[in-house]
Design a protein around this ligand. Structure first.
Ligand code: GTP
Ligand code: MG
Length: 202
């Protein structure tokens, strides 16, 4: 798929404020600082479209972008961000949970995982929750430019081993690096195929 246009639409503090649209939507989620906003910029080819920061907790709202006047990207706040108050954290996670479960045009949730660190309980538990709620998702391993190819393989294997305890089948998995543009083609192909299936299922 070729990206012809990508426009910021709106920021929503609450699920109920998200734009009411029927077009297919893909959302990016994962722990704070994992690289969600960077990946959105890399995939759309527009640096600065989504706000990036080296300080965790940058994205605090649900941000919608319209791509090719045809489909949407949602950039979500990170989970597991310790520095904000527990009250605020609960509020965000509630809004994000509403979004994940109730967003009718959500085709697939991309769960970003930092390839440099050992499997995190919060990531495993989050994906288990998605399974229970039957939310379609794919895994994207980020920041792989920081590792050697065999280390990336190992990082994925560690998650696979843990997930196979509870999952019969492993989700679609994409290896990415926003700095090296790794995984761009694969992600866009996956999105294109998913949009076609979404349209057919009408
Ligand atoms: P929050 O909005 O705070 O939850 O963070 P986020 O998940 O949107 O992360 P963001 O894209 O803001 O990136 C966090 C930091 O990681 C920034 O300093 C980025 O430059 C860096 N980063 C993101 N992707 C990559 C990558 O592929 N490789 C490397 N080396 N650094 C990355
Ligand atoms: Mg962000």
């Amino acid at each position: 798929m070729i990206i012809k246009s990508a426009k910021f639409i709106t920021s929503s503090a609450k699920f109920s404020q998200c734009p009411a649209v029927k077009d297919p939507e893909f959302a990016f989620i994962g722990r704070s600082n994992v690289g969600k906003s960077s990946l959105i910029n890399m995939v759309t080819g527009i640096p600065g479209l989504a706000k990036v920061s080296s300080t965790p907790g940058k994205t605090q709202t649900i941000n919608h972008f319209l791509i090719n006047d045809e489909w949407y990207i949602a950039d979500l706040p990170g989970y597991g961000y310790a520095k904000v108050s527990a009250k605020l954290r609960t509020k965000w996670s509630l809004e994000v949970e509403h979004y994940i479960i109730k967003r009718e045009n959500l085709v697939c949730l991309f769960v970003l995982i930092d390839s440099r660190i050992s499997p995190q309980d919060s990531d495993i538990k989050f994906m288990e929750m998605l399974g229970l709620k039957q939310v379609p998702f794919a895994r994207i391993f980020t920041k792989t430019d920081k590792l050697k190819p065999r280390e990336v393989k190992k990082a994925v294997q560690k998650y696979d081993e843990l997930m196979l305890d509870t999952w019969e089948e492993l989700p679609v998995t994409i290896i990415s690096s926003s700095t090296k543009k790794t995984g761009k083609e694969e992600l866009l192909n996956f999105i294109e195929q998913s949009i076609n299936i979404f349209k057919k299922s009408g």
